[in-house]
Design a protein around this ligand. Structure first.
Ligand code: NI
Length: 132
């Protein structure tokens, strides 16, 4: 497997501004203000602490990509995003290794339009891979 590096941890929250304030109380620093991702219909905000990057993801409407997950998981971390020196190779290896793409590679407005893909493992759940 190509070497993967953790880029961020995705964290589902119902109320993004209140969640941001609460993370700031815990010592997190806002890295990027809240962005609306109209493809996925979510609000996104990146925070940082001790070298860890947390991505707050909040459904903007009932038809957002995370509305179902929000109902099931409530406020909680739900994916780890990875980057790879050779993302296309990593993508091929992951899919050969039991991960199934659960969406198509799509630009992420909150990540300067870099393309990402979400994959599902029957063993560890959802991961995200940066493709650019
Ligand atoms: Ni993410």
């Amino acid at each position: 497997m190509s070497t993967l590096k953790i880029h961020h941890i995705g964290y589902l929250v119902k109320k993004i501004e209140k969640a941001k304030q609460t993370f700031e109380t815990l010592g997190y620093v806002t890295k990027q203000d809240t962005v609306y991702d109209e493809i996925r219909k979510v609000h996104i905000c990146f925070l940082q602490k001790d070298g860890y990057c947390i991505e707050l993801v909040s459904p903007a409407s009932e038809d957002s990509v995370v509305s179902g997950l929000m109902k099931k998981l409530k406020n909680s971390p739900y994916h780890i995003c990875y980057e790879a020196a050779d993302p296309e190779a990593a993508y091929r290896e992951l899919t050969a290794d039991g991960f199934t793409a659960i969406d198509t590679p799509t630009p992420a407005p909150a990540l300067d339009g870099r393309r990402v893909v979400f994959l599902m493992s029957p063993v560890i759940g959802i991961i995200e891979l940066l493709l650019d």
